[in-house]
Design a protein around this ligand. Structure first.
Ligand SMILES: Cc1cc2nc3c(=O)[nH]c(=O)nc-3n(C[C@H](O)[C@H](O)[C@H](O)COP(=O)(O)O)c2cc1C
Length: 321
């Protein structure tokens, strides 16, 4: 028999067979065999294919002792990188369970049980799907937006957006507010720290508070005050650079585009008195305000400020090397 040796340990290569079951979906599971010397990243792709997924998302495995994750920051002692962590390193025992979470937004939870560990005879190709039970649910639910996405022109959306500084009095409905918050929530953040804290200001009393802090309130019917928690933001270890402001800016950009898509208008406002804002909104010391986003329906005579079209030549911005 052709017995392979694990190159790292010199011991006999082993085949681990796991049962990966979808939590909350009874009876849907896949049995996957993988070599001990293969990584959790290899395991992830085997699960990805076995459940007919097509859109890559973040994921993590959680064992008794460790979190093995794909957007590895190395912040915690228990955190390991999927690409560097081999299956055998976890010292798993038959019957032991771990979890696998795929897509931190849609939260596909899986329970994984180790069914067997046997010596590798060198004949198989791994990872391998060895048993499949139940149809995998679609990665995303079909929704009405799908047709829209097909002929959706992103560049056009960015061109249509301009800073709106004159609004109608009409209120923004809850559904639209939720839609705007959703894209802020979807935005990327440094090391996925998600330090943004967004205050939604829609009461008359709240709006008066904003008006006392900035002239750039434009009498909007709604404000988002986008802040971050400086204790949660990622700091680059080389120089301590705080990325909270970048995280907030990325959320705000997505919010402005969503606002545009909804037929509303907005303007990024940095011209506010931060000391007054802190005291008016009673912001704790660790909460740093980055921008205010007045939002509402643009007034009928709202037009872009001339700055909107004053663009430096592309050659000045894009530098070929
Ligand atoms: C970080 C940042 C801060 C800004 N602050 C203000 C502000 O306090 N008040 C204001 O009226 N516009 C503000 N703006 C809007 C800019 O003036 C505007 O984006 C720029 O002139 C281009 O015009 P456009 O947004 O219509 O394309 C800000 C924009 C950014 C990105």
């Amino acid at each position: 028999m052709n017995i392979d040796k694990n190159k790292e340990t010199g011991s006999v290569e082993k085949v681990y067979t796991f049962r990966v079951s979808l939590v909350n979906y009874e009876g849907i599971y896949r049995d996957i065999s993988i070599l001990g010397s293969q990584t959790f990243d290899d395991f992830h792709y085997a699960i990805f294919d076995a459940f007919d997924r097509w859109d890559e998302q973040s994921y993590k495995f959680t064992t008794k002792t460790d979190e093995i994750i794909d957007d590895f920051c190395g912040d915690k002692d228990s955190e390991l990188d999927v690409e560097k962590t081999k299956i055998f390193r976890q010292k798993l025992e038959v019957g032991e369970h771990m979890t696998y979470l795929f897509d931190f937004a849609d939260q596909w939870e899986h329970d994984i049980e180790l069914l067997s560990i046997v010596p590798d005879d060198g004949k198989g190709d791994y990872p391998a799907l060895v048993n499949s039970h139940g149809d995998s649910p679609a990665q995303y639910e079909e929704n009405e937006d799908d047709d829209y996405e097909d002929d959706y022109d992103f560049t056009e959306l960015t061109q249509k957006r301009y800073s709106v500084r004159k609004f109608l009095r009409d209120e923004v409905c809850k559904e639209d507010i939720d839609g705007i918050l959703k894209v802020a929530h979807n935005a990327p953040t440094a090391c996925n720290k998600q330090p943004q804290r967004i205050y939604v200001v829609k009461t008359a009393q709240g709006k008066d508070k904003i008006k006392r802090c900035t002239e750039c309130h434009f009498n909007a019917p709604l404000f988002f005050v986008v802040c971050y928690d400086k204790n949660e933001a990622w700091h680059r270890s080389f120089d301590g650079q705080d990325y909270g402001m970048v995280d907030c800016s990325l959320s705000m950009m997505q919010m402005m585009l969503k606002v545009q898509e909804l037929g509303l208008g907005s303007c990024f406002v940095a011209w506010f008195d931060p000391v007054k804002l802190r005291s008016e909104l009673e912001l704790p010391e660790n909460i740093i305000p980055v921008g205010i986003l007045p939002v509402g329906y643009p007034a009928d005579d709202s037009i872009p400020n001339k700055m909107h079209t004053e663009k430096r030549p592309m050659t000045e911005m894009a530098i070929e090397m």
